[in-house]
Design a protein around this ligand. Structure first.
Ligand code: COA
Ligand code: AMP
Length: 630
């Protein structure tokens, strides 16, 4: 069957399509039906089935004769370590860890925050939670104590599992002080913490609250998998929205199992036993779906890579890992390829390695610029597949489905909608626009299994952010167009979310931090184009009247403040002081116009602008930072 046949078979019977995909999952009790309509545009999948994620990702492979197959390859050029864990070892390790968590009171439905770097123990912690039916929430290691505290207060975890440190090139990231700081800041306090002590840094443990990862597992009874309902939350993953308060995306157990398993062959073109590598981080959705769950559920070997595309030690790292571990499908972010291309434009490092095992490469997380795709095509001589998805969705919505059929690649487009999605372009009033016209990207409800059924503790926000503007549709927050062949083109976000080196960040969140500085009266943060990271945040500050402190000092202070409050991953380094911000007569800051000026693009003078002269002042300030050159 080609793509069109598969897509049509979904369209003619969506529930039958997903019920059939559910056959590939082990159920303690099969779901009696696929979809439950809860009314008011709320839906759930496989709600009355009973299953367990860890069973499907680990134990069943042992039962089915894959016990000796490598489940996880840990490759850390930062620590010069390599390690392999088979499915049987993984099962034993996870069962013991789950047993130890249970002995300390963690049960089905309890939340557990995981704050760990790219080490196999991060996956083991996730799987141990899944084994018990506990709901994990992984927090990215680049986030600061304040961000962690916000998540602790929202998720209210019974336990936190953390590592003593993370490792960035040339820098140890001291996780334990960040964790302690977050717990101090948060109103909610976990019952206990489990600390994995890395040899690079042994953290001090707080008597009575903190337990050593190894010590606390000693002598415990391993835990069996606890069957949970198909609509039981598997995890919460916080992602950036328009404000500083992150959105807690919920993933349900049954839908995630069915959808991720389906994608491994149909999209990523791997069979059980093949090696699949997503070079992302467990703190992001790509890490959840395609470092941990997807490959393991499907019986693939996954790679936990603790390193960077360049500098660990050179731009050949990706190719070395692919050759050494026989990677069949590789998934990374365009920014990572831009980093490699910048250091090795002619592919000298590519030539050093035998990449015959590699069959296809997938890119996601941000727009894949045609230059980068062409460079990768030239160097690797393999299909380079751009695909589009979001934390909310959990797996790709628009993709060239290589495992079904490799469709013609169109540069700049992630290709066509997958089963479950029917992308439409609409105007502000929700009218569908003709092919080739730019508008908001929406897809009809219900979303397919494996996507988010709700936001944690925030049903109103869920409905308001995603379901209200275009009734009957899911609003993606992206704008774009569809061409005459049905290929989608993603052009921009429609909200204040920016994408920095594949990391999704909220400019609203950064503005909240800037506004906290005592000398700042008003501020705005925009995302300007960056040739390496895609976008970079850039802040404008208007100071209180009578502020005497030198401007450059205030700029340095707010840059430090964003790093402390949000984290280094915000990459907030560009900031300037201006007298006024350009606004509409109703007081809305014209961020879009400022972005166009910064990027040197043509822009129309907004008809509602309060005072056009301000734009000249903004341009001058931007030129001072090396932007607005056009
Ligand atoms: N823990 C702690 N700090 C982290 C971190 C982590 N897990 N990840 C990044 N940081 C820090 C970096 O050390 C850097 O700190 P610095 O300001 O002191 O230099 C800062 O956050 C910004 O990081 P980043 O934007 O990633 O830039 P970089 O210069 O370190 O690396 C790239 C640039 C392109 C090589 C890198 O961003 C990359 O590999 N990106 C791929 C992104 C990706 O996989 N995204 C997932 C979606 S698929
Ligand atoms: P995240 O939730 O971090 O995965 O970020 C999702 C957002 O990243 C999307 O809404 C898009 O704005 C952007 N994005 C992800 N993949 C792509 C892609 N292939 N092309 C363009 N933008 C993308």
């Amino acid at each position: 069957m080609g793509y069109q046949d598969v897509y049509d078979s979904w369209k003619s019977d969506p529930e039958g399509f997903w019920m059939q995909a559910a056959e590939a999952i082990d159920w303690e009790k099969k779901p009696s039906k696929a979809l439950s309509d809860l009314g008011d545009n709320m839906y759930e999948w496989f709600a009355d089935g009973m299953t367990n994620t860890c069973w499907n990702a680990v134990d069943r492979h042992v039962e089915n004769g894959r016990g000796e197959q490598t489940a996880i390859i840990y490759d850390s050029p930062i620590t010069h370590t390599k390690r392999e864990i088979t499915f049987v070892e993984l099962r034993n390790r996870v069962a013991t860890l789950a047993g130890a968590l249970r002995a300390k009171g963690v049960e089905k439905g309890d939340r557990v925050i995981i704050y760990m770097p790219m080490i196999p123990e991060a996956l083991e912690a996730m799987l141990a939670c899944a084994r018990l039916g506990a709901v994990h929430s992984v927090v990215f290691g680049g986030f600061a104590a304040n961000e962690l505290a916000v998540r602790i207060d929202d998720a209210k975890p019974k336990a936190i599992i953390a590592a003593s440190c993370g490792l960035e090139p040339g820098r140890v990231v001291h996780y334990k002080p960040l964790l302690d700081g977050a717990i101090d800041l948060a109103d909610h306090k976990p019952d206990f913490c489990v600390i994995f002590q890395r040899e690079q840094e042994v953290a001090e443990l707080k008597e009575g609250r903190d337990f050593n990862w190894h010590g606390f597992q000693y002598g415990v009874e391993p835990a069996d998998c606890v069957p949970v309902e198909g609509n039981h939350p598997a995890y919460i993953l916080y992602t950036s929205g328009t404000t500083g308060a992150p959105k807690g995306v919920i993933r349900h157990t049954g839908g995630q199992l069915v959808a991720l398993n389906w994608t491994m062959k149909n999209i990523y073109n791997v069979d059980p036993g093949d090696v699949f590598w997503a070079a992302s981080d467990v703190g992001w959705v790509v890490g959840h779906s395609y470092i941990c769950y997807g490959p393991l559920i499907h019986g693939n070997t996954t790679i936990v890579f603790e390193g960077k595309p360049v500098g660990t030690p050179d731009p050949g790292t990706f190719w070395r890992v692919i050759e050494e571990h026989k990677v069949k499908t590789f998934f990374t972010a365009p920014t990572a390829f831009r980093a490699v291309k910048r250091e090795d434009p002619t592919g000298e490092y590519v030539k050093k390695y035998d990449l015959s095992c590699l069959e296809q490469v997938f890119l996601a997380g941000e727009r894949a610029d045609p230059d980068t795709i062409v460079w990768a095509q030239d160097q690797l001589q393999k299909p380079i597949i751009d695909h589009w998805w979001q934390t909310e969705l959990g797996f790709p919505g628009v993709c060239n489905p290589v495992g079904i059929e490799l469709l013609p690649v169109k540069l700049g487009s992630p290709s066509v909608p997958l089963p479950g999605y029917e992308m439409k372009i609409v105007d502000d009033a929700g009218n569908e626009l003709p092919r080739g016209e730019l508008g908001a990207i929406v897809t009809p409800l219900p979303l397919p299994p494996g996507t988010f059924p709700n936001l944690w503790n925030a049903e109103d926000r869920y409905k308001k952010s995603y379901l209200t503007n275009f009734p009957g549709y899911y609003e993606t927050g992206d704008a774009g167009m569809i061409d005459e062949d049905g290929y989608l083109y993603i052009m921009a976000r429609t909200d204040d979310v920016i994408n920095v080196a594949g990391h999704r960040l909220s400019t609203g969140g950064m503005e909240e931090v800037l506004a906290d500085h005592p000398d700042v009266a008003e501020c705005a943060v925009i995302g300007v184009s960056d040739s390496l990271k895609g976008q970079m945040p850039l802040g404008f500050l208007c100071l209180n009247a009578g502020t005497e402190k030198p401007h450059d000092e205030i700029v340095k202070e707010v840059i430090k403040l964003v790093r402390e409050k949000i984290g280094p991953v915000a990459a907030f380094k560009l900031c300037c002081v201006v007298d006024r911000l350009p606004k509409t007569r109703s007081g809305k800051i014209l961020r879009g116009t400022m972005v166009s000026i910064a990027d040197g693009k043509e822009y129309k003078m907004p008809a509602t602008i309060d005072d056009p002269a301000i734009l000249d002042e903004i341009k001058l300030a931007l030129q001072g930072l090396g932007y607005a050159k056009g």
